[in-house]
Design a protein around this ligand. Structure first.
Ligand SMILES: [Zn+2]
Ligand SMILES: [Zn+2]
Length: 204
């Protein structure tokens, strides 16, 4: 059986069956609305099993999808695989036989079927995907990150830089140092020796 998108399951038939009866739904190519900053790159795939109990149903869902993301180190676009596993009980909100509303006050926290005996889990799965989004996803475990000199991604495709081509802040420091060593050279012998004693060569 194929589940009707988006993750809504009509269960009036199952509720008429004895406890223990199980339905299995294949989920394939299902897309659901997500939070504003999230986008599916691969639709939901997986399986949902819904079993009749003496008071309602037990739902077990194992779903996978991919969402668009950015590598936290090299900033390139990546697809992040997401797994969503749900196991929960859901109870009717309307008595099947009489159509009378069920008193839901005694169990306000439990998942309820709709008044048409449907289980709607699109919003739950969307929330689960948001929660499963990693804080700092990586394109690969050993992502080398970005080159501090040119900002390109390090790795096989990144060309080595010449030694002189260094960070502008370091370049400024080097210019300062060479000016300092020139001043030392211009000074008297004693000061030049002091610098040598410190283990600092007078010039580089
Ligand atoms: Zn990366
Ligand atoms: Zn570089």
């Amino acid at each position: 059986m194929t589940a009707p998108a988006p993750l809504t399951f009509p269960l009036a038939g199952l509720l008429g069956e004895p406890a223990g009866t199980e339905r299995r739904y294949d989920v394939a190519g299902v897309t659901i609305p997500l939070a504003d900053d999230l986008r599916l790159t691969e639709p939901l795939e997986g399986e949902v099993r819904i079993a009749r109990t003496n008071r309602g149903v037990i739902v077990e869902a194992h779903l996978g999808a991919s969402i668009a993301g950015t590598c936290a180190r090299c900033l390139r676009d990546i697809e992040i695989p997401i797994a969503v596993d749900v196991r929960e009980e859901a109870l009717p909100s309307v008595e099947l036989a009489s159509g009378h509303p069920v008193d839901t006050a005694s169990e306000p926290e439990v998942t309820r079927l709709t008044s048409h005996h449907e289980l709607e889990r699109g919003a739950l799965v969307a929330d689960a995907i948001s929660l499963a989004e990693p804080i700092a996803p990586l394109c690969e475990e050993a992502c080398p990150g970005l080159c501090p000199t040119c900002g390109e991604r390090l790795g096989p495709e990144h060309a080595e830089h010449e030694q002189d081509e260094i960070d502008p802040r370091l370049a400024a420091l080097r210019a300062f140092r060479s000016a300092d060593s020139e001043a030392t050279d211009a000074g008297d012998e004693g000061r030049a020796n002091e610098a040598a004693d410190d283990g600092e060569p007078a010039s580089r």
